[in-house]
Design a protein. Structure first.
Length: 93
C-alpha cells in the first residue's frame, strides 16, 4: 500500500487531516458535491467560523486531498479522487 517514504509522509498528513471531525465532514461533503466555494461549504456545516473553515480547507488542500480552482475572487474546492482512492477509499463509498 505505502510504497516509499514520500507515500508514507503523504498518508500521515492525510490521516492527520481527516482525524479532525470537521475536516472529515468537509471531505465527505465534497465527495458528494464537487466545486463548492467556501460559502457553500459553510452553509452545509453547523456553526463553523469562516476563518476556522479556511484553516480546515488549507489543511485538506496541503495534504493533497482537496483540489482547488480559482475563478475571480472565488475558490472552488473538490476532492482529489485519485488521492482519496489511494489513501481514504471509504470517502468514495
Amino acid at each position: 500500500m505505502v510504497e516509499d517514504q514520500a507515500d508514507m509522509r503523504q498518508a500521515v498528513k492525510i490521516y492527520k487531516a481527516l482525524g479532525e471531525p470537521t475536516r472529515l465532514k468537509i471531505a465527505m461533503i465534497l465527495t458528494e458535491e464537487r466545486n463548492l466555494c467556501c460559502t457553500d461549504i459553510k452553509c452545509k456545516l453547523e456553526s463553523v467560523a469562516g476563518s476556522t473553515l479556511s484553516h480546515h480547507l488549507k489543511q485538506l488542500t496541503d495534504c493533497g486531498l482537496l483540489d482547488l480552482r480559482k475563478d475571480g475572487t472565488y475558490i472552488y474546492y473538490s476532492v482529489n479522487r485519485e488521492v482519496a482512492r489511494k489513501y481514504a477509499p471509504y470517502l468514495l463509498e
